[in-house]
Design a binder for this molecule. Structure first.
Ligand code: SF4
Length: 399
């Protein structure tokens, strides 16, 4: 049997899991199907009732000139809402890669003969063609995108793209390409600030693949959940981050200003100032650029946020600006990244333990932060190149 390679995100992945897929006869049982192989003329109406229990679908491409699999993928994503892994199985060529991703495929499964004709470098280079198309849909769509696939349906406009590109040099780039370019642009002068929250693994994973020696800082306020600290240790080790900096508040100041540890209840802004603003100022101030995980959909203040913001003393790079929550979930699933352990317990936005509660179904994910206070953000922003505590409740959050 010829061996196969999975091309995902322009890289070669282990394809052993897809070596022995089930065929349509597996639908007769009601069990979960790990990998299902279907022909490119399969009747999707018949398949629809079982889609929720199929983890991965391989669509057969008998030849690269046969494009019926692309239509099938689009229908599965757009009409039937299939959310599992969708893989094009056959001798596609790199020129078709961008289009395959647009149609909703997660990866391409090729045999050795195809890989001999087109190397991994060819596939990786082809991914760059995808960047503009991939992100453009988000920017054009009014309001936050609901999913990668919905947003890609929006018609592109070259004129408007040109205007946006002028205002935001990184507009149209994928998150990974944004990071690559930003790390190169601000070489040695850029830092990633992470909260080790529910989305944090995405940027940490991307950074680890580009430059694991990039400085990464985490504010260890002394008030975090034990689970967050365990998650921090796991991710740092897993991703091989070699310049991880665990920033703690000045202990003498903590003793003087919050001796019994209850400042968060009486004066939360002062507590954030003591445990976040001042420690952060001592470290991050030395960098010309900072990578954040902020996204447009999260708050009204972020709705028009650019990917690259260079209007302050410190540039901000927001690779996930156009991402939706669903995109984060999908990325984590595609790369098999571990979720924050508290996510399964209903914590959708996680900060310090005393200031974080679970959210219930239908609530805004950030409703669990400072629930019994008007406070909505950490209150950290930059004025004249210095990190300061905000006088208003609604300002940019540092993380
Ligand atoms: S989030 Fe709460 S506990 Fe953490 S520093 Fe701010 S007020 Fe203090």
């Amino acid at each position: 049997m010829p061996s196969h390679t999975l091309i995902q995100d322009g890289r070669a992945r282990d394809a052993a899991r897809f070596a022995d897929p089930s065929d349509l006869s597996a639908l007769e049982s009601n069990e979960t199907i790990d990998v299902l192989h279907i022909a490119n003329d399969t009747d999707l109406e018949a398949l629809a009732p079982a889609l929720g229990r199929i983890e991965t679908i391989l669509i057969d491409f008998p030849a690269y000139t046969d494009g019926r699999g692309f239509s099938l993928a689009k229908q599965l994503r757009n009409r039937y809402g299939y959310e599992g892994l969708l893989i094009a199985d056959g001798p596609l060529i790199p020129d078709q890669y961008a289009f395959a991703l647009q149609c909703g495929f997660s990866a391409v499964h090729i045999d050795d003969a195809t890989l001999e004709r087109h190397t991994i470098e060819d596939w990786h280079a082809a991914l760059d063609d995808f960047d503009l198309t991939y992100q453009r849909g988000y920017a054009i769509k009014a309001g936050p995108a609901t999913s990668v696939f919905d947003s890609r349906l929006t018609a592109p406009s070259k004129k408007k793209d040109g205007e946006r590109k002028a205002a935001d040099p990184f507009f149209g780039h994928s998150a990974e390409l944004t990071l690559r370019k930003a790390i190169k642009k601000y070489q040695g002068d850029i830092v990633l600030a992470t909260s080790m929250g529910v989305d944090s693994a995405v940027l940490l994973h991307m950074v680890s693949r580009i430059d694991p020696s990039l400085p990464v800082i985490f504010l260890d306020t002394g008030k975090h959940f034990r689970e967050t600290l365990g998650y921090r240790d796991d991710l740092v080790e897993r991703f091989g981050l070699t310049d991880f900096r665990n920033i703690t508040p000045d202990q003498a100041a903590v003793q003087a200003e919050d001796p019994d540890g209850t400042l968060n209840q009486s004066e939360p802004d002062n507590c954030c100032d003591l445990r976040k603003v001042r420690p952060l100022d001592g470290v991050i101030h030395g960098f010309g650029a900072r990578i954040t995980g902020r996204k447009r959909y999260q708050t009204p203040q972020r709705a028009n946020m650019a990917i690259l913001e260079e209007d302050g003393a410190q540039a901000k790079v927001n690779p996930l600006a156009y991402w939706s929550a669903k995109d984060v979930t999908q990325y984590m699933r595609q790369h098999d990244l571990p979720p924050h352990p508290l996510l399964a317990l209903g914590y959708l936005s996680i900060g310090c333990q005393p200031c974080t509660t679970r959210v219930t179904a239908g609530e805004d994910p950030r409703a669990g932060r400072w629930r019994h206070s008007e406070k909505t953000e950490c209150g950290i922003h930059m004025v004249d190149g210095k990190w300061v505590s905000s006088e208003t409740k609604a300002t940019f959050e540092a993380f």
